[in-house]
Design a protein around this ligand. Structure first.
Ligand code: NAD
Ligand code: TYD
Length: 352
């Protein structure tokens, strides 16, 4: 079996659902259920004996140690994190607590367990750390995309905390020989993404008749990857990645934010037209820029495709259409996450 952390969040729940759709190997899913964790994402696994959900914090050393002892996972796939850049600007401490100290705590537990293993169990054990391209900092419009050799230059408290965790993971390999793998992925989109991130926020605001807030001039570029393609890459790297290596994962889909928002509006105009016949683009509003806003991210995923044969299956046009349709089909899911805490956040960030 494998141990997954953060498997009730956006990418983690997609990963657990995909894993169990393709394999009988059980998953122990450890998640603290912060505002971003949602058991409704995992509803379809009710009664599935291969899914064991554990409500707990990755910093709880005793709990994690007990999970290793009881389930003896052959691998740990570590998603749990504080993940939203804007929240990290308001309150960086939680990011360093979970992303840095939480990762260190997990590394310690994994190391203690690994040291008890022998033979083939020891050979097979892996610690896969899920990280982000944001650790590399910002590119200008004409710079080459990030490779695994690009120096780390994080600019937000979020990316600085992820960069620190990547360094910790590397050092547990170099110093203690823990068999680690690290993935640095670009921006994901798809089902179950919490509507504080650009794409689900815009879909939700559009349907709710609210402004579609675009930071700065809307020309910041992200390299978008459909979440299922990220999950495929993680499974492949877990199976065949070279121990101690890092792998960049990206979709070859660079788009500026204004283009993303207009694309969503165009799809919504077609699938769920506004009652007044106007386009959703009428709701676009330029707002104050994010402090330290990275201009451009772009991923060179050549290493992953050359070594392991990975290619994204989804094009942006098809992936974004699927995503908009998913949100239209799951308005109850969106309503369920717009709790008091969500309203407090949007009030603070957007004065809505
Ligand atoms: P998310 O915020 O949707 O989910 C995070 C999950 O971690 C939640 O279920 C939350 O309850 C859980 N969690 C938080 N603190 C915890 C703790 N102390 N103990 C246990 N569980 C805890 O995040 P996401 O977008 O699914 O991202 C998952 C991982 O992928 C993160 O490590 C993130 O840095 C990385 N990543 C995300 C993206 C992206 O575009 N979303 C891109 C590249 C990498
Ligand atoms: P986000 O989804 O927060 O991801 P990240 O900051 O990790 O890349 O933001 C994606 C891009 O969209 C980023 O350039 C910031 C921008 N953005 C807006 O313009 N308006 C918004 O309301 C949000 C949440 C993001």
């Amino acid at each position: 079996m494998i141990l997954v952390t953060g498997g009730a969040g956006f990418i983690g729940s997609n990963f657990v659902l995909d894993w169990l759709a393709q394999s009988d190997e059980a998953v122990v899913n450890l998640d603290a259920l912060t505002y971003a964790g949602n058991l409704r994402n995992l509803e379809s696994l009710k009664g599935n004996p291969h899914h064991i959900f554990v409500h707990g914090d990755i910093l709880d050393h005793d709990l994690v140690g007990a999970l290793f002892a009881k389930y003896r996972p052959r691998a740990i796939v570590h998603f749990a994190a504080e993940s939203h850049v804007d929240r990290s600007i308001f309150g960086p401490d939680a990011f360093f607590r979970t992303n840095v100290m939480g990762t260190v705590s997990l590394l310690n537990c994994a190391k203690a367990f690994y040291e008890t293993l022998e033979g083939s169990e020891r050979q097979a054990f892996r610690f896969l750390h899920v990280s982000t391209d944001e650790v590399y900092g910002s590119l200008t419009f004409d710079e080459a995309p990030f490779t695994e050799d690009t120096p780390y230059r994080p600019n937000s408290p979020y990316s600085a905390s992820k960069a620190s965790s990547d360094h910790a993971v590397r050092s547990w390999f170099r110093t203690y020989g823990l068999p680690v793998l690290t993935t640095n992925c670009s921006n994901n989109y798809g089902p179950y993404q919490f509507p504080e991130k650009l794409i689900p926020l815009v879909i939700n605001n559009a349907l709710s008749g609210l402004p579609l807030p675009i930071y700065g001039d809307g020309k910041n570029i992200r390299d978008w990857l459909y979440v299922k393609d990220h999950c495929d890459a993680i499974r492949l790297i877990l199976a065949n990645g070279r121990v101690g290596e890092t792998y960049n994962v990206g979709g070859h889909n660079e788009r500026d934010n204004l283009t993303i928002v207009k694309t969503i509006c165009r799809i919504l105009d077609e699938l769920q037209p506004r009652r007044d016949g106007q386009s959703y683009t009428e709701q676009i509003t330029f707002v104050k820029d994010r402090p330290g806003h990275d201009r451009r991210y772009a991923i060179d995923a050549t290493k992953l495709s050359r070594e392991l044969g990975w290619r994204p299956k989804e094009h942006f046009e098809s992936g974004i259409r699927k995503t908009v349709q998913w949100y239209l089909n799951h308005l109850d899911w969106v309503d369920g996450v717009k709790t008091g805490a969500y309203r407090e956040w949007t009030a603070k960030q957007y004065s809505l």
